[in-house]
Design a protein around this ligand. Structure first.
Ligand code: DX5
Ligand code: ZN
Length: 215
């Protein structure tokens, strides 16, 4: 994928006005929207679930980029796919082993949507090498998953070129956590082609300016 895809994370949006927020990021130029699903087990926070994805599907044609930070992801692939996700990303750390991760990718792709595999800051990129040919997207976390507004972990960005060198050319390399107008440039220069940004975009009054400053 050549074009840089910005995926605003609605974790930092006004939850009482999600439809308005999603329309506003679309008007500001976003083509994707990042939906952070947390279960209170895999991460110490609880956020959005299936009904919210379903409701967003009814009001937007943006690409629904759903990030599952949950245990037992295989149990929830079908409902999140049927709710209207276009991309479903799950965590390698929530899998028993690499073959379990491979099975979940196949399950996601059986719904004709894109499958992403994510790694937390302490997970080495090499562990997912065996499934890079199969995944549509790799999500490199540059904060510990669980909360918006944390500081970008520079060390984690060094995983970007490692994945890029070992993955097919058309893979989407997405970075999530602490993205702002400065850290975005670090990630894109290292080879990322999709950036998630929550607090940076939604704390601006002008979403368009905020999104444009990430390029
Ligand atoms: C963190 C989430 C992120 C979060 C990013 O667990 O996966 O998507 O919303 O927030 P910022 O951009 O504020 O670091
Ligand atoms: Zn996320």
């Amino acid at each position: 994928m050549k074009e840089l895809m910005i995926s605003p994370s609605i974790l930092s949006a006004d939850f009482a006005n999600l439809e308005k927020e999603v329309s506003a990021i679309k008007a500001a130029g976003a083509k994707w929207v990042h939906i952070d699903v947390m279960d209170g087990h895999f991460v110490p926070n609880i956020t959005i679930g299936i009904p919210v994805v379903k409701s967003l599907r009814k009001v937007t044609d943006l690409v629904l980029d759903t990030h599952l930070m949950i245990d037992n992801p295989e149990k929830y692939i079908e409902p999140f796919a049927k709710a209207g996700s276009d991309i479903l990303t799950f965590h390698f750390e929530a899998c028993r082993d690499i073959s379990h991760a491979s099975d979940i990718i196949s399950l996601i792709q059986s719904f004709n949507i894109k499958a992403g595999i994510s790694i937390k800051p302490n997970t080495k990129p090499e562990v997912i090498f065996p499934i890079l040919n199969q995944a549509d997207l790799v999500l490199i976390m540059t904060v510990e998953p669980g909360f918006g507004g944390q500081e970008f972990m520079h060390d984690c960005a060094m995983k970007i070129p490692v994945i890029k060198e070992n993955a097919p050319e058309n893979i989407i390399i997405q970075v999530d956590g602490g993205i702002n107008n400065l850290t975005s440039k670090i990630c894109t220069s290292l080879g990322a082609n999709s950036l998630v940004a929550g607090s940076y975009i939604f704390s601006h009054n002008d979403y368009k300016k905020a999104i444009q400053s990430l390029y």
